[in-house]
Every structure is written in C-alpha cells, then in structure tokens.
Design a protein around this ligand. Structure first.
Ligand SMILES: Cc1cc2nc3c(=O)[nH]c(=O)nc-3n(C[C@H](O)[C@H](O)[C@H](O)COP(=O)(O)O)c2cc1C
Length: 202
C-alpha cells in the first residue's frame, strides 16, 4: 500500500514537471492592453534568455498577414557585441534602452504582401508589408507584456548602419528596433484622443 502511494506520488511529480512553464503573470487580455507602455528605463539586473525570446517570437507568427505571406523578419541581439553595436544606432534612444538586455530589429521582405505574381495589387504596394510588420510587432509587444516583459518600439534608428552591422539583405525594409527588458520604473500613460475624434459611425 505504502509502495503504491509512493509510486503514484512519483508519477504525479513527473507529470507536474512536464507541464509548460508558467511564464505569464496571469494577466487578462485587458490588463495586458492597459499595462503595456513604452518603457524608457530598464532594470539592469534582469536578463532574458534566448528561449524566452523564441517563445515571444512564436507569438508573432500567429499574426495575420496579406495572403499569409508572413513578410516579417526579426534579428535578435541578446547582449553581446551586436547588442552593444546596435545601441549606437538608435540615436537619442540609447540612454533609454541601454539596460534592456535584448534588442530586436524588425524588417519585412519587399514585394510579398500586397503583390500578386510580382505586380502590386493596389495603390498601397509595399505599404502592405509595413502594415503586416506593424501587426506582427503589435503581437510582439503584447505577448511581451503577457510574459511580464516591457518594450520600446524605436523608429528613430540608423537603418543603413543596422543593415551593414547585421548583414540584412537589400530586399528587406528595415522598420523598428524594439528594446525588450524589465521596467525599472512605472511608466505613465500618455493621454489618448477622445474616441469621437477618430471614429465615425454610420
Ligand atoms: C512606429 C513607432 C516608432 C516609435 N519610435 C520611438 C522612438 O524612437 N523613441 C521613443 O522613445 N519612442 C518611440 N515610440 C513610442 C511612442 O512614442 C509611444 O508608443 C507613444 O507615445 C504612446 O505611448 P505608449 O506606447 O506608452 O502607449 C514609437 C512608437 C511607434 C509605434
């Protein structure tokens, strides 16, 4: 009887170990939306692993894209030489993200989203690639918050220097650099326009 009990306890322990790690702090979707902010001061004592970044980037692959073209690409520096180099390529953002352990460059492949057999489907052209990249990045920053991380999307960056540094091919348009880390202080919520200013119902 005692042996049986021990065996079932051991089986339970093995099953418990096989459960996926509980990474998210358990926030609801609305809490994720409400607490996601652009963070401009990071906690230098905390790190993020490559495995965690992989989990984060898997979420971006759930984003919709034009005809499922998935034009978005990501280049990731988790500390190290490239991280230090990228910090010099984000202009006035450098001090804001210097303590963020991860920097992610997002790009999209040209001539995919918005194109059919090499021809632009409508007047937006490659703008659809930028659109899809923005959607993908929205998934990234929200998933990051759900995992307890913080982000800063940076449009202020030197794309020529980044292309050379990371050997990014010319058929990709470099969009944002996204800092990933843990907030060092609580960010405030910038005011938003009244809904009436931006929406018309018919
Ligand atoms: C495409 C894009 C580019 C941005 N570039 C920068 C940037 O270079 N530096 C910066 O500090 N914030 C940047 N931001 C953050 C915005 O300033 C921020 O999203 C906005 O003020 C709203 O604040 P919130 O993100 O906390 O809601 C950027 C945001 C987006 C979406």
């Amino acid at each position: 009887m005692k042996k049986m009990l021990l065996l079932s306890l051991a089986a339970f322990a093995i099953m418990a170990c096989k459960q996926p790690a509980q990474k998210a702090p358990g926030a609801s979707f609305d809490e994720v939306l409400a607490t996601r902010r652009s963070v401009r001061a990071y906690d230098a004592s905390k790190t993020i692993s490559e495995a965690e970044v992989r989990e984060l980037l898997l979420a971006t692959q759930e984003a919709p894209s034009w005809a499922n073209q998935e034009p978005s690409k990501y280049y990731v520096a988790v500390g190290g030489e490239k991280h230090a180099a990228l910090l010099e390529m984000v202009g006035g953002n450098k001090d804001r993200v210097a303590n963020a352990p991860v920097l992610i460059v997002s790009t999209y492949e040209k001539g995919k989203s918005g194109f059919f057999r090499g021809t632009a489907t409508n007047e937006i052209g490659d703008g659809w690639g930028a659109y899809d990249n923005g959607l993908s990045n929205a998934y990234l920053v929200l998933k990051a918050r759900a995992m307890g991380f913080d982000t800063l999307i940076m449009g202020m960056r030197d794309s020529d220097a980044i292309r050379e540094c990371l050997d990014i091919p010319e058929n990709e348009t470099i969009m944002a650099v996204i800092a990933l880390g843990y907030r060092a202080q609580e960010p405030s919520r910038p005011q938003r326009r009244p809904l009436e200013d931006v929406v018309r119902f018919f």
